[in-house]
Design a protein around this ligand. Structure first.
Ligand SMILES: NC(=O)c1ncn([C@@H]2O[C@H](COP(=O)(O)O)[C@@H](O)[C@H]2O)c1NC=O
Length: 192
């Protein structure tokens, strides 16, 4: 089954996988401040598609934000301003809305917070934002309503690799984040 990009968000950790039929030459790189960014690999063809390079994970002092596009930035900025996670997700997803591509690709995002965690999706026909009390998956296609999805691993590297290895088609790369005693740890899985 091809589900496109997907996230799994749990109360204490989250992970993101890029699956792609059209743009397989992508990787996740680590940048300053615990930010993870999806970028083209050196051998990628040039494209003017605006939806395929973005920060897929950012952190505040007490939250981590994950998602499949530029919505990750305003969600993070609203959390830094003191917005509740539910509101930061709902407002940012609605403002940017689904991607205006051939598939009306939904935007998906999650927040792992100090006391509560949330998952969200904006589709052409819906905006869903839900608190999570167990690992919960949402994807751009097919599995586009949040559903329970058990995670085996606890740490960031483990969950990034776990999502990368799931049997949904066209795996490209993955990222993970997990709470630690003094903040968050992150990890990337580029399938090398
Ligand atoms: N790497 C990505 O994040 C990404 N890859 C593809 N998309 C979007 O989804 C469309 C379909 O891509 P695909 O056939 O690879 O699923 C693309 O035209 C693009 O607008 C992406 N945007 C978000 O999901």
């Amino acid at each position: 089954m091809y589900v496109g990009r997907f996230i799994v968000v749990a109360p204490d950790r989250a992970a993101y996988r890029v699956s792609s039929r059209s743009f397989p030459n992508r990787q996740v790189i680590e940048r300053e401040g615990g930010t993870l960014t999806v970028v083209p690999t050196d051998d990628a063809e040039e494209t003017d598609n605006p939806y395929i390079s973005y920060n897929c994970l950012r952190q505040t002092d007490d939250a981590a934000v994950i998602g499949n596009g530029t919505q990750v930035d305003p969600i993070t900025e609203k959390l830094e301003l003191g917005y509740p996670a539910r509101d930061a997700l709902a407002e940012s997803l609605l403002a940017l809305d689904y991607e205006k591509d051939d598939y009306d690709t939904p935007r998906i995002a999650g927040v792992v917070g100090d006391e509560e965690s949330y998952i969200g999706i904006v589709r052409r026909d819906a905006l869903l934002v839900e608190a999570v009390d167990e690992p919960t998956l949402v994807a751009t296609y097919e599995k586009d309503t949040p559903e329970a999805h058990g995670l085996v691993n606890e740490d960031a590297a483990g969950i990034a690799t776990e999502l990368y290895d799931l049997e949904f088609e066209h795996a490209v790369c993955a990222a993970g984040v997990a709470k630690t005693d003094d903040g968050f740890e992150t990890a990337v899985e580029n399938g090398e």
